[in-house]
Design a binder for this molecule. Structure first.
Ligand SMILES: CC(C)(COP(=O)(O)OP(=O)(O)OC[C@H]1O[C@@H](n2cnc3c(N)ncnc32)[C@H](O)[C@@H]1OP(=O)(O)O)[C@@H](O)C(=O)NCCC(=O)NCCS
Length: 144
């Protein structure tokens, strides 16, 4: 709960108009079917990354994947998502899914590295700018 304000600030810096507010994060944390994880820079006590998952009957919808620009390409997102998926499994998630902008190559490469597979496209899913979303899944049956 104490990270909600800084998570919202990070969202705003990264996603601008589409950003979740502090209230959105607080509401999500009240659900027992959601898990959120954050990374901090211990030296600066600064929130550097965040990701969440919501369990819908065994399907985990991953949201709010973001890393502060100054901390990218250090393996933080990969580490955070692996940890998030373990925590998700602990609350009953068997299959993980997420949407990503068609042009978001860093995120697409990240999800592919983690074993996610694109199973479809939602045309015009995103606004400002309008863009298609790839729908990625990492299914229980794909895991060893
Ligand atoms: C996508 C994002 C979360 C990646 O965070 P990160 O901490 O820099 O990623 P990592 O360092 O953990 O990288 C893990 C893997 O992701 C891929 N990757 C990450 N950034 C990449 C880039 N700029 N170009 C290509 N591949 C990239 C690589 O496969 C990388 O593995 P490698 O280092 O062995 O090559 C970050 O760029 C970000 O916050 N972007 C803006 C918000 C966003 O788009 N979120 C996703 C919404 S769906």
């Amino acid at each position: 709960m104490e990270d909600c304000r800084r998570a919202a600030e990070l969202e705003s810096r990264i996603f601008g108009g589409d950003a979740w507010t502090e209230e959105d994060f607080r509401e999500s944390l009240c659900c027992d079917y959601a898990v959120y994880v954050v990374a901090r820079d211990g030296d600066e006590d600064r929130l550097t990354a965040c990701a969440g998952v919501r369990n819908m009957c065994g399907d985990g919808d991953i949201t709010n994947v973001m890393v502060d620009e100054a901390y990218r390409r250090r393996g933080i997102a990969e580490h955070l998502l692996r940890y998030l998926m373990k925590e998700g499994e602990a609350i009953g998630v068997r299959n993980f899914t997420l949407e990503v902008r068609r042009s978001n190559i860093p995120a697409i490469r990240l999800y592919e590295k983690l074993g996610f597979v694109s199973e479809g496209v939602r045309p015009g899913f995103y606004d400002a700018p309008k863009e298609d979303a790839f729908i990625f899944w990492k299914r229980e049956t794909d895991r060893v």
